[in-house]
Design a binder for this molecule. Structure first.
Ligand code: ATP
Length: 363
């Protein structure tokens, strides 16, 4: 196969590309320049956006003896991931930019360009397992959790869509630990073997999400109110808060029961941040929109017993899901706390990913 290896400059994608070469594929490395402000990003700070990351990716490609290119996809990234991030927060919701990047950039813009150039697949260093299941009507591609569970990234990949599953490779799906990837990188002489993991949001160089939002959306001071409607603090912009947040509220007046207060609701129209006790965060039902269903053999029009996950490394909760009209209804067996609109709810059957939806409403 002709394979386009997406190389971030990190250890995972370097080893993934190496494994694709070992598997006998004809591999070309590509580093995506995603940020409009690459100079602000320093190596070792936030992962995949700095100029040095591009050099690291090039050195890894040289070591593997594969051709290497840098593709500027910063317009796609800005127009989809960053704009979505800003407009979602501006609407009082909490987006997951990694999900949007997978949806619009890695497995859309990059893959489409690769396919148009004659490549068969994009290979990444994501931790997830792809399985080909032979059926009477041909091969079905299934997405599963990685063997390496603490690093499992199936949550952010569920948005890909089933038509894409036949054109992706995740060579790290069966590696039991990240340490093993580092050992393998060192054994292969890849200089990135000790490079720190990326974390947080790759386009926010200093990690200050609230500061980034205020810079891009401006300040809009208003009140923080408790469950009785009493004003208990001030904010500089309701958009910069997220449901379930406890830290950084700066409440001037302690709660009467002495218990901590959490953000329970963001009312953008009234410019209010609502806070309340932890129990007010309990969610029993999720209404999801924009469902992506990866399992053609299982019809969600009928209720299905599944597990659901609402955060990248959150625990799985047993639930019943059903698709009703254009919504995915999720009834949880046990409540979960502090789920914000805009996040993804991913549906599992054992290790298999069945689909995902964007949280629209919680009850
Ligand atoms: N700027 C980029 N250019 C090319 N590929 C990228 C880029 N950023 C991320 N990727 C691809 O997406 C995968 C997952 O990205 P993520 O940000 O989760 O990095 P990671 O798990 O820390 O992996 P790595 O160690 O390779 O950086 C990477 O392994 C890589 O294949």
């Amino acid at each position: 196969m002709r394979v386009l290896a997406a190389m971030s400059g990190g250890v995972d994608s370097a080893v993934a590309a190496a494994r694709a070469v070992d598997a006998g594929h004809d591999v070309v490395g590509v580093h995506m320049a995603l940020s409009k402000s690459r100079a602000e990003h320093r190596t070792g700070s936030r992962g995949c956006c700095s100029v040095e990351d591009g050099y690291d990716a090039r050195r890894a490609a040289d070591k593997l003896g594969i051709p290497y290119y840098v593709w500027d996809l910063s317009d796609d990234f800005e127009d989809t991931v960053v704009d979505d991030f800003l407009s979602e927060y501006a609407a009082g919701r909490t987006p997951n930019p990694c999900v949007r990047c997978n949806e619009h950039v890695k497995f859309a813009a990059l893959l489409e360009r690769g396919l148009a150039m004659g490549f068969d697949a994009v290979c990444t260093g994501h931790y997830a397992d792809l399985r080909d299941i032979e059926g009477s009507d041909g091969v079905r591609h299934e997405l599963h959790r990685a063997a390496n569970h603490p690093k499992d990234q199936s949550y952010v990949l569920a948005v890909m869509g089933k038509q894409v599953l036949g054109n992706v490779l995740f060579p790290l799906g069966d590696v039991p630990t990240k340490d093993q990837v580092r050992v393998e990188a060192a054994a292969r002489g890849l200089g990135v073997s000790l490079k720190p993991d990326s974390y947080d949001i790759c386009f926010i160089a200093d990690g200050d999400t609230r500061g980034f939002l205020r810079k891009r959306l401006g300040e809009n001071p208003g009140d923080i109110v408790d469950e009785t409607g009493a004003v208990v603090g001030q904010h500089l912009g309701a958009f910069a808060y997220t449901v379930g947040q406890r830290r950084g509220l700066g409440l001037g007046i302690p709660a009467k029961d002495g218990q901590p207060r959490f953000v329970t609701k963001i009312d953008i129209d009234a410019n209010l941040v609502h806070v309340g006790p932890v129990e007010a965060l309990d969610v029993y039902r999720i209404v999801g929109s924009d469902t992506v269903w990866l399992a053609p053999d299982l019809d969600p029009a009928e209720p299905l017993r599944v597990g659901v996950q609402v955060r990248a490394h959150g625990r799985e909760i047993p639930a019943t899901v059903q698709s009703v009209e254009s919504k995915l209804l999720v009834d949880l067996d046990e409540p979960l706390r502090g789920l914000a609109a805009g996040q993804s709810v991913v549906v599992y059957d054992g290790s298999r990913v069945l689909g995902q939806a964007t949280v629209e409403e919680t009850k």
